[in-house]
Design a protein around this ligand. Sequence first.
Ligand code: PEP
Ligand code: MG
Length: 314
Amino acid sequence: ERRRLARSWHGPAQTKDGHAVEILANIQDRAGAERAEESQASGIGLFRTELGFLNTPTEPSVEEQVKLYSSVFQCFPGAKIVVRTLDAGSDKPVAFASVPNEENPALGVRGLRTSGIDQGLLTRQIEALVEASNEHDGPNWIMAPMVSTVAEARWFASLVRTHGIKAGIMIEVPSAAILIDKFLEEIDFVSIGTNDLTQYVMAADRGNANLATYTDNWQPAVLTLIHGIAQAGLRHGKPVGVCGEAAADPNLAAVLIGMGVTSLSMAPSAIPYVGSRLDSVTFDQCRRAADAVLGASDPAEARYLALAVLNESH
Ligand code: PEP
Ligand code: MG
């Protein structure tokens, strides 16, 4: 039944009562961008730029980077494209950007922290993004991963805004979720990376199958933080997206929209499932489901409470 509904779904995404929802795609290369186009995504919410850096012993030149970025931007001229700067380290080791033999790489030099060691890596990447963007009516949204201090956010924003581009950060570290109002004063938008945020809130490795009950996307501690971030975004009038796996769970997607999240970004293959689920519920149901999960003590209860509201038929 889910499959049948997904097959017949067509965008743009909205709830049953016509509340528009921005659905974007997570991609890492041209092939992904093409799948995103077919999936009816209205743009790209997470361009993971690691690809150009992962399997090469040396840093790709600015020209090489421009080629990769251009090949993606061509697919979505004029659309919203959110590019994430290099997220090296931990589960994404990059030969020339990672500190070898860290004892706790997930808590080590990763994401934006890499710039503390080699700032040129980031400034050259931004240079390549600006060049590709100018050629292709490309993106005006760039965000940094693994930001944990307000000073980092301020510094990143100053680098990106010089080029007339909107500066954002991913919210993946509890410190950024807790001090969200201070971060929102420094930047133009945020995108919640629920994979890492859950890992750090629950102190459970996202890749460890033995810990899957801890890293469940419905953990109420994480949902409570997401709610706080979404509400802060509304207060500041700044977009709050979700680009982690949580956004690809159709029922949870409805809950996130009810919390005030303004866009959802996911693998292209998940888009019709999320789109058709949103089509089946009203915005008021989303809001009530969001309120309901905030009273849960564990993931099973959160799911149960949300589904009780989302499955009401009218
Ligand atoms: C996340 O952490 O949720 C995220 C979207 O980034 P990545 O999975 O690439 O770490
Ligand atoms: Mg992440």
